[in-house]
Write a protein that binds this ligand. Structure first.
Ligand SMILES: [Zn+2]
Length: 231
C-alpha cells in the first residue's frame, strides 16, 4: 500500500536531482544519472594504488572515488547528506562506490580468496542522535545494493572517546587526539574475510587509520579503505 502511495506521489511530484534540480527518472534516488557521470572528478587514487611509504603493511588497498571540491557540488551534496539528512544521497554515493570497489577488488584479485564486508566509521552516540543517522552507514547501504556484501551491525564498533574537533590540528596532533577512539564489540574476523572501512571524505586519514588499527587488533590481516571523496 505504501509503495502504491509512494508511486502516485512520484507521478504527481517527481523528485528533483539534489545536484542540478532536473526531474529524476523513476527508480533513481537523489542524484540524476547525468550528474553522477559528469559532475564529479575521479581522483588519481580511485583504482586503489598504494602509496607505500605512508600506509601500513596491513592496508590492502585504499580508494577515494571523487575529488572533494571546496564549495563545489560534492561539498554541497556532502552537506545535504550530513546536515539535511538526505539519506538517499548516501545510498547513491554508495552505489557508485560499490561499482568501483567491485572492479577494483576484482582487478587486484582480492575476490578470489577473500569475502569483503563493510565497516562504516562510527559516530559517537550523541552526534548520531543529533544527526539522526550515520552518513557512512547510508553509503554502506548503497555499496551493499550493488555488491551484495554485508555491513557490520551498528553496535559492532563504537566510538568511545569524545574527540576534540580535528580542525586546525597537525597530522600528529590528529593522530594523538584519536588514539583509542574506537572499540570493537564481540566481532570475530575470519581468515578469509576482508574488512573494508567506509567513510564519506578522506582528509588526513587519521580517523580511518585509527579505526583500521582497532580492526587489526581483533584479528584482521588485511584491511581495505574506501571513501566517496578525497580532500
Ligand atoms: Zn543532476
Amino acid at each position: 500500500m505504501r509503495t502504491i502511495y509512494n508511486g502516485i506521489l512520484d507521478i504527481l511530484f517527481p523528485g528533483i536531482c539534489a545536484c542540478c534540480c532536473s526531474p529524476l527518472a523513476e527508480g533513481t534516488h537523489q542524484i540524476c544519472g547525468y550528474c553522477i557521470k559528469n559532475k564529479f572528478e575521479l581522483t588519481d587514487k580511485y583504482l586503489g594504488i598504494r602509496d607505500d611509504d605512508i600506509l601500513p603493511e596491513y592496508i590492502a588497498f585504499r580508494t577515494s572515488m571523487w575529488e572533494f571540491d571546496q564549495s563545489g557540488p560534492i561539498q554541497q551534496l556532502m552537506h545535504k547528506l550530513k546536515y539535511e539528512q538526505v539519506y538517499g544521497l548516501g545510498i547513491d554515493f554508495g552505489k557508485e562506490l560499490g561499482k568501483l570497489l567491485r572492479t577494483l577488488l576484482g582487478m587486484q584479485g582480492w575476490l578470489f580468496c577473500y569475502q569483503p564486508f563493510l565497516i562504516p566509521v562510527p559516530l559517537n552516540t550523541l552526534r548520531r542522535r543529533e544527526r539522526g543517522f550515520n552518513q557512512s552507514r547510508a553509503i554502506c547501504e548503497g555499496i551493499e545494493q550493488v555488491t551484495g556484501w554485508s555491513t557490520v551491525p551498528q553496535r559492532a564498533f563504537t566510538r568511545i572517546k569524545k574527540t576534540k574537533t580535528q580542525t586546525g590540528l597537525s597530522s600528529a596532533e590528529r593522530k594523538n587526539n584519536l588514539r583509542g577512539a574506537f572499540k570493537a564489540n564481540n566481532l570475530n574476523i575470519l581468515p578469509y574475510e576482508l574488512p573494508v572501512i567506509v567513510d564519506d571524505v578522506y582528509t588526513t586519514g587519521a580517523t580511518t587509520m585509527e579505526l583500521a588499527s582497532t580492526v587489526k587488533h581483533i584479528g584482521a590481516e588485511r584491511i581495505g579503505i574506501a571513501t566517496v571523496a578525497e580532500a
